[in-house]
Write a protein that binds this ligand. Sequence first.
Ligand SMILES: NC(=O)C1=CN([C@@H]2O[C@H](COP(=O)(O)OP(=O)(O)OC[C@H]3O[C@@H](n4cnc5c(N)ncnc54)[C@H](O)[C@@H]3O)[C@@H](O)[C@H]2O)C=CC1
Ligand SMILES: O=C(CO)COP(=O)(O)O
Length: 347
Amino acid sequence: MAKVAVIGAGSWGTALALVLADNEHEVKLWGRRQEQMDEVTHKHTNHKYLPNITLPPSIEGTVDLKKAITGAEFIVLVTPTKVIREMVQQLIKVMEKEAVIIHASKGIEPGTHKRVSEMISEEFEQTNFMKDLIVLSGPSHAEEVALRQPTTVTASSLNINAAEQVQDLFMNHHFRVYTNADLIGVEIGGSLKNIIGLVCGLTNGLGYGDNTKAAIMTRGLAEMARLGIKLGANPMTFSGLSGLGDLIVTCTSVHSRNWRAGQMIGQGLVLDEVLDKMGMVVEGVRTTKATHELATKLNVEMPITNALYKVLFEQVNPKEAAELLMGRLKKHEVEEVSNYLLTEIDQ
Ligand SMILES: NC(=O)C1=CN([C@@H]2O[C@H](COP(=O)(O)OP(=O)(O)OC[C@H]3O[C@@H](n4cnc5c(N)ncnc54)[C@H](O)[C@@H]3O)[C@@H](O)[C@H]2O)C=CC1
Ligand SMILES: O=C(CO)COP(=O)(O)O
């Protein structure tokens, strides 16, 4: 039994706390709002984020960060990407000894183009509080994990022994954890699938059907891999849980906030209205901005991401963006990626 602090009491933080408590670890769940944390501790629910779910009574909710992390061997960061740095800065103020840091957030930072593990490492750099850093990622809607439906994810770290430790921490009969040493590929897949999920929702909102969905998913995966390979990822990771797996779950499930946000945009709502209505994080929006910047800088062709960027940030009409995508110059299908592979091997 380990002591674990889960930082972020939204849908995913709460579902991961449930998995850990099922595994009989001592779990403290940190959130910002006192009322919500009292609800977790005393009523064993978190109705705003996981309606109709009864949580294991052993999960203790707290708004006190020091209390949450005191004695914790593992700290799981599960806030939206945009507050990851701020959360680590707060953690450093209250930490007294090292802990294994796990993160389960999916996004890329606009401006710096950093992955979440890079942001966390930068923030911990001047301290000796971070023992190891592991990302947990894969096709895992919180709503289904909380119902204990069979789910598979991957734990990735530069230190494979640490990834195996996290595999043991979370793994049980309904939550199966693999390991993968390709941290770049795992984080890029988990972040970029949100962009493609938004586009799949958007095409649904426009009234397009399954042919379009298959096209966006397939060509979306090609451009995710193209950028990932350029950044040093293992191409095979994109066929795995954090790539294709998470792409499927995001592009085909009504649980996906990215898909639902995209659908509303396709139906004609503007971005701010959509984000207000969601009331939960839609990571794909900021990641579209970051990825568009990064792909431009690295000269990587990402037509679907660029089309979404135009819709979200340049007020291009979604239908017009779809027409622009379809009207591009003709291409070979597979050659593109294999050329990138050859380029990588040549270097
Ligand atoms: N919901 C899911 O099924 C999954 C989510 N994720 C990832 O997990 C991360 C968190 O997502 P969710 O839990 O779904 O989000 P959510 O929208 O359900 O909850 C976000 C939580 O962060 C808190 N928060 C917002 N601003 C904050 C701040 N300034 N400081 C501290 N806390 C703040 C909110 O109060 C809320 O508790 C995201 O990166 C998401 O992509 C990954 C896998 C599955
Ligand atoms: O990452 C997820 C499932 O693996 C959750 O996706 P959404 O953020 O789109 O809901």
